[in-house]
Design a protein around this ligand. Structure first.
Ligand code: WT7
Length: 643
């Protein structure tokens, strides 16, 4: 993966002269302040947002529980909207929306403020109280932003569920969060087709009794069924809503949202973020990493269903008063130049996207971007998975036209905001490295014994404001997943990393049973549970293999029940079953039917050995297997299926 040093420096030398968004001296002093007194540094950073009442204590830390800005009072929606009503930002464009078919809608900060206030009243009229959970299942339309900010405004807790999740996955998340309201749309556009979100919702709600009301936004006009007394049209409710809703006074540690993400068990984790620390983290890092030129047109291609959409579409950019583009649709509709056409048309200056997208564009060919005017761009970002140097250089040369720095940003749903990233024009870049932790963030690479090493596990050494506060309703899992490995001393990211002799961090991907397909996080156990749910399946083991576009792809090894025969339809039927249980992002690339799986004497499946087979490596130590012979058979089977 790594490139020769000489070419690294050739590329980075080019990047020294780009105008910094924050002055170099200012950045150097941020690092300096943070290293001298981290808490004092964060106390100062917390001034990037407006507080109704100041906090009394910067950090109260009782490992593994943090309280930041203790007793501070604020409101996240107030910070993204009301505070801009006092300045010129009021008349500035907040959102430019483009639909897949080329339609445009835009909102100034004032218009967004009005819409959010009205919708806050809609929610209140439906009986939503502070602390109630609101599920949001929407495409990338302005109302998704409105719904999140309205929830925050009235002190409710939003849980956004990515529109690509299946009815069953949607139901599981609604049930776990005990959501009272569901906000959805009649449908979404994708590659010219309509995805009927409302009918998926109806299916999910057959088994989700906590939902009292459903608010439906008309987006595709496909006339869905509306259940009397439960389902309401957004437009109808808005007509009757009053214009102003006072923002709820929230405690810094009041919950802002729950966002579900995959872990190493079959059940997704509801990651809990609170108000004060999260908003400080999202606001401060947006400004630091992406800069704050008031003329910027910023475009983050992430969906609001993921953490990137929370921190770098909603809270970070809006709290900073930025103008941003959001796009509902595919990158190849109607043609493979849609992204570049969007940049040209809206004069986008900052593009923040994922390596899997960049690799797809590489495959489609540079003729698509080269026929568009991308000269407005000044900065590029990358997130979601390691960016290989080839993709980095292609992004740099063909999209950034060798003049835009690339911010490769490492972070997680759990960290809430960017942790490791270069600061444009300040940090010399190396293609493929996320460079260094941001000021105020203390990270290390350690070995099993907890000693610092140049290669090993990536850990965070001290609490940071936007860190998760726990897993919803599961404190034990919180401690075990993140804090147990080194007795509460470090937060374990689940990633492996190395550090080079200049201290640059190189992220290597997950070291646990989590896989990353096209920047989407999936648990191997989650897919396994979906597979064994199929009546003919006895056991399943899921691994990831390297994939040129997706980064990783899912391969499942499946054993069938005693009398079941391997019928030709079975492979497709099983793939479809996973789509029904989770969503199309989890569809296995390949299913290998085997007579048995490699297990230890205590019954644990050795996925590592399956990975060896799938990636064509010499199979590792098999002495701990209950039956070492199993491996030979699987190897033969694998060969047969791949020939
Ligand atoms: C996992 C977190 C953070 C928003 C999107 C994903 C991987 C993320 C990078 C990067 C290498 C990365 C890690 C991490 N990851 N960004 N720049 N370089 N790896 O959020 O679904 O919570 O997944 O994504 O493995 O642990 P997420």
């Amino acid at each position: 993966m790594r490139m020769k040093r000489s070419s690294l420096f050739a590329a980075s030398a080019l990047l020294q002269n780009v105008t910094a968004s924050v002055g170099a001296e200012e950045i150097a002093s941020l690092f300096e302040e943070a290293s001298l007194d981290r808490q004092k540094f964060w106390a100062k950073q917390a001034e990037c947002i407006e507080w109704f009442h100041p906090w009394q204590e910067t950090l109260r830390w009782k490992a593994p529980y943090a309280e930041w800005f203790v007793e501070g009072k604020l409101n996240a929606s107030y910070n993204c909207l009301d505070r801009h009503m006092k300045s010129e930002t009021r008349y500035k464009t907040a959102l430019i929306w483009e639909g897949e078919r080329g339609e445009n809608r835009s909102f100034t900060y004032e218009e967004l403020f009005l819409e959010v206030n009205k919708f806050s009243n809609v929610l209140k009229n439906l009986g939503v109280k502070k602390g109630d959970r609101i599920a949001i299942y929407l495409p990338m339309i302005p109302e998704a932003v409105v719904a999140m900010l309205s929830s925050a405004r009235i002190g409710a807790v939003h849980t956004v569920i990515f529109g690509g999740f299946s009815a069953e996955a949607l139901k599981d998340r609604i049930v776990d969060a005990e959501a009272k309201i569901l906000i959805t749309a009649d449908g979404a556009y994708r590659k010219g087709k309509v995805i009927p979100l409302k009918s998926t919702t109806d299916q999910a709600l057959l088994d989700a009794p906590s939902i009292e009301s459903v608010i439906v936004i008309e987006n595709v006009s496909n006339k869905p069924l509306m259940k009397e007394g439960r389902d309401y049209w957004y437009a109808d409710l808005m007509k009757e809503a009053k214009e102003y809703a006072a923002p709820e006074i929230m405690d810094a540690e009041d919950m802002l949202f729950i966002l579900y993400t995959s872990g190493t068990t079959g059940k997704p984790k509801g990651i809990v973020h609170t108000t004060g620390g999260y908003l400080v983290g999202a606001t401060m890092t947006t400004k630091l990493v992406f800069g704050s030129d008031p003329k910027d047109i910023y475009w983050c291609t992430a969906d609001v269903g993921w953490i990137t959409g929370h921190s770098y579409v909603v809270y970070g950019p809006l709290s900073n008063g930025m103008t941003q583009l959001i796009y509902e649709g595919a990158a190849d509709f109607p043609e493979r130049n849609r992204f570049w056409k969007l940049i040209e048309k809206h004069k986008v200056t900052i593009l923040y996207t994922a390596p899997t997208a960049i690799r797809t564009f590489m495959k489609w060919g540079e003729e698509w971007p080269s026929s568009c005017d991308l000269s407005s761009l000044r900065l590029l970002g990358s997130v979601g998975e390691p960016i290989n140097p080839e993709a980095w250089l292609w992004y740099y040369n063909h999209i950034g036209q060798a003049k835009c720095p690339i911010a490769d940003t490492w972070w997680q749903t759990e960290t809430g905001s960017i942790m490791v990233a270069p600061i444009a024009s300040y940090t010399p870049l190396k293609p493929g490295s996320a460079t260094f932790p941001l000021p105020g963030i203390e990270m290390a690479i350690i070995d099993d014994s907890g000693k610092e090493a140049s290669s090993g596990y990536l850990v965070i050494k001290s609490p940071w404001p936007s860190m998760l506060r726990g897993i919803y309703n599961d404190p034990l899992r919180y401690k075990e997943t993140y804090w147990k490995k080194w007795d509460g001393e470090y937060y374990f990211t689940g990633d492996g990393a190395t550090k080079d002799d200049e201290g640059y961090f190189w992220l290597m991907g997950r070291v646990d049973d989590v896989i990353n397909v096209s920047g989407h996080r999936l648990g191997t156990m989650e897919i396994e549970s979906a597979l064994v749910d199929y009546p003919l399946v006895a056991e399943a083991a899921v691994i990831a293999i390297a994939h040129p576009i997706k980064g990783q792809a899912v391969v499942a090894f499946v054993t069938l029940k005693d009398k079941a025969l391997k019928e030709p339809f079975l492979e497709d039927a099983l793939k479809e079953h996973v789509v029904v249980k989770i969503g199309s992002i989890a569809r296995p690339e390949k299913i290998i039917f085997t007579a048995d799986l490699p297990k230890t004497r205590s019954g644990k499946i050795m996925r590592r050995l399956l990975r060896d087979i799938a990636e064509g490596r010499v199979v590792g130590d098999v002495t701990t297997l209950a039956d070492p012979q199993v491996m030979r058979e699987i190897q033969l089977q694998y060969k047969e299926e791949n020939d």
